[in-house]
Design a binder for this molecule. Structure first.
Ligand SMILES: Nc1ncnc2c1ncn2[C@@H]1O[C@H](COP(=O)(O)OP(=O)(O)O)[C@@H](O)[C@H]1O
Ligand SMILES: [Mg+2]
Length: 220
């Protein structure tokens, strides 16, 4: 599957989630290509610290994106292509949305992040209409407090009010996510029963969404 991690804002957890999901899939024996489109090269640097089999991380200049993505698909080497974007609303974002089987919009439980999620969801609906196909998406709440708070209730209610679908799985604020970029080790290995279990649940949901969408497409 091709998964795009999208938001027009930095710091919401795109790169962290992308890396944790990529590592989880690769450790499970699936071939993963991560395309790092953020000129800060967060994931490219992470890849230098980690040595996970089946995982390839490539930093790409935005103009080279479409060709690189097509070649990765056509190579047949990868089960999954995960795309990590810079946090800005520009043409590369639209290209990466247009290619996706699933778009993940990470957001923290805050008013500004909910607004940003709405903006991306609107862009995505435009892209899907232009491309003439459904592009499934889910908001992923990240850096959550472990207990439900007024703020998390607000976030759940806002998503519902705007009919923005979200993953049931939420990612809790955990040191292991931060440590991943320091020592290279993904939560699936460092904290299999906590952060690793969250990522496993997220991956299961991702596969279910993409599977359901392809069943709908082939029935149409
Ligand atoms: N679930 C989490 N728990 C703890 N820290 C997190 C979590 N998700 C992200 N972070 C931290 O938040 C910061 C921003 O995350 P990052 O993934 O780089 O965001 P983005 O790619 O959207 O800019 C980083 O310091 C990262 O380590
Ligand atoms: Mg990033």
């Amino acid at each position: 599957m091709i998964v795009t991690f999208a938001s027009s804002k930095g710091g919401v957890g795109k790169s962290t989630t992308c890396a944790a999901v990529a590592a989880h899939l690769a450790l499970g024996g699936e071939g993963v290509q991560v395309i790092d489109l953020d000129q800060n090269g967060t994931l490219k640097r992470w890849a230098l610290r980690t040595s996970i089999p089946n995982l390839t991380v490539t930093a790409i200049e935005p103009p080279a994106f479409t060709a690189f993505c097509r070649e990765s698909q056509e190579s047949g080497e990868f089960d999954h292509i995960l795309i990590d974007l810079a946090g800005s609303r520009e043409v590369t974002l639209l290209k990466a949305l247009a290619r996706a089987d699933l778009v993940i919009i990470p957001a923290q439980a805050s008013e500004p992040d909910m607004r940003e999620a709405l903006v991306i969801a609107d862009d995505l609906r435009d892209v899907a209409e232009t491309a003439g196909r459904e592009i499934p998406f889910r908001v992923l709440l990240t850096k959550m407090f472990p207990l439900r708070t007024r703020v998390s209730e607000f976030a759940f209610a806002e998503l519902e009010r705007h009919r923005l679908p979200r993953f049931e799985t939420v990612l809790i604020e955990r040191a292991s996510y931060r440590e991943m970029f320091l020592n290279g080790e993904p939560p699936t290995l460092t904290e299999p029963n906590r952060a690793g279990a969250e990522i496993a649940a997220l991956v299961a949901e991702m596969k279910a969404v993409v599977g359901a969408a392809s069943v709908t497409r082939s029935a149409a």
